[in-house]
Design a protein around this ligand. Sequence first.
Ligand code: UD1
Ligand code: CA
Length: 453
Amino acid sequence: MNNNLKVIILAAGQGTRMKSKVPKVLHKVLDKTMLDYVIDASLKAGAKDICCVVGHKSMLVKKMIGDRVKYALQKEQLGTGHAVKQAEDFIGDEGSVMVLCGDTPLVKAETIEKIASYHAECGNGATVVSFVKDEPFGYGRIIRDENGGFLKIVEQKDGSESELAVKEVNSGVYVFEAKALKKALSELNCGNAQGEYYLTDVPELIVKDGGKAGVFTADDEMEFLGVNSKLDLSVVTKALVKRINEKHMLNGVTITNPENTYIGQDVVIEADTLILPGTVLEGKTSIGTDCVIGPNTQIVSSEIKDGVNIKMSVLMNCRVDNYTTVGPFAYLRPGANVGEHVRIGDFVEIKNSNIDDGTKVSHLTYVGDSDVGKNVNFGCGTVTANYDGVNKYRTTINDNAFIGCNTNLVAPVTVGEGAVTAAGSTINKDVPAHALSIARKRQVNIDDWTDKK
Ligand code: UD1
Ligand code: CA
C-alpha cells in the first residue's frame, strides 16, 4: 500500500472509434464502466487522492462516476500533456503522481502498487511503464541508450524507420515527481506530427533538467490494453470474465461453463456453490455456500445466503435467506426480503415486501408492498392490489394464514393469524385471526339450461 500516492486518470477523449454517443470511458465491461475499474484499482492500491481529467461530455462522466474522485476539466483535447496540465492544482508541489488512462480497465491494483514502489526505490523523477509488443503499431516506442537507459518516447506518427522497429512500447502509465512534472508541463510544445502537447515528451524534459527517468517493464500487456473500439471492448470483456471466473473456481466455486457465466468484479461467492450456464451476477452481490444458481439467472446487488436454489430468475436489490428456492421464472424486485425455507415458485413477482420463514408463494402471484408472516400459503394467482393509481398501500398477512387461489388483497388490508380466504375472494376489509373470509358471489346453478337452449 502506498498511502501517499496521487493518481490522475485521463478521461477527456471522445473515443471516436467507439462510434457511440456515449463517451469512451463510460462504456461498460460487464457491470461497471471502464473508468470505474481504473478508479477501483487505484483505490485498492491505496491511492489517497484521484483526479479524473474530463472533457468530452464531462457532465455525463461526472454524473456517472460521482464524487469519489476529483475532476479537472480539459475543454479542448489538445493532447495527453495538455490533459495532465489541466490538473496542475491537483498535482501540487510535493510527492509523486501516477498517470493512468481511463480506457485500460484491466490494470490491476497489485501492478499499480509495484509501479509506485519501483518509482520510489529508484528515486526517479519520471518512471515510464512499458511492455513488449510483437505488433507495436500505434503505440509510442521506448528508445533506450546504448546502456539500456531511458532516452525518450517516440510516437508512431513521428518515428523514423529504425525507431518504429522497436517493440518495447509505452503503456501510457507513468509516475512523476510533482515538481519536476509541473516544470516539464510548462515547457511542452506541440511541434510534432499531430500538433499536440504530448505527455510522452515529459520524461525526456525531466532528464534534461537534471532528473532521472527510468522504465518499468510490465509483463502482462493485457493490463494496458487501451480500448478504442467495440471490438477491443469484447476482447477486454473476455479477458476479464476469464480472470474473475478463474479466481472463483480456485476459491472452490463450481462454474459449469465459465465462458458463458458473467460475474462482476465485486461479487462475492462462497465455496461449494454451483453456478450453472447463462448466469449473470452483478453489482455488490454476495452468495453463500451450497447454493445452486442458474441456469439463465440474473442477480443484481443482492444478498443470497446459504443453500439457496435460484433457477431461471431475475433478482434485483433483494435478500434471500438460507435454504429458500426461487423460480423457475420468478422476479424478485428491489426490497424483496425473503426468509429461510421459503418457496418462491414460477411466475411470481415480489416487490418491496418481507416474506417470513417457511412461507410458500408457489405460482402466478404478485406480492408488492407487503409484510407476510411465517408459514403462510399463497394459492395460485394471488394479487396484492397495492396501488390505487395515486398512492401505494401495504398488505399485512400474519403467520399461518392461508390465501385461497385467485384472491385479490386490496391494500391497505390485514389478514389475521391463521385466517383463510376463500378462492376467488376480493378482500378489502381486514380478516380477523382464525376466520374464514369469503368475498365472492354465491354460485347459482340453473338446471337443464343447455337442454332448453
Ligand atoms: C498514448 C501515448 C502513447 C502510448 C499510448 C498507450 C501520447 C502522446 N501517446 O497514445 O505513447 O503508447 O497512449 O495507450 O500520450 N486524452 C485526454 N485528452 C487529450 C488526449 C487524450 O484526456 O487531449 C486521454 C484519452 O481519453 C485516453 C488517453 O488520454 O484515455 C490516451 O489518449 P489516446 O489519444 O488514446 O493516446 P494514444 O494515441 O493511444
Ligand atoms: Ca489509446
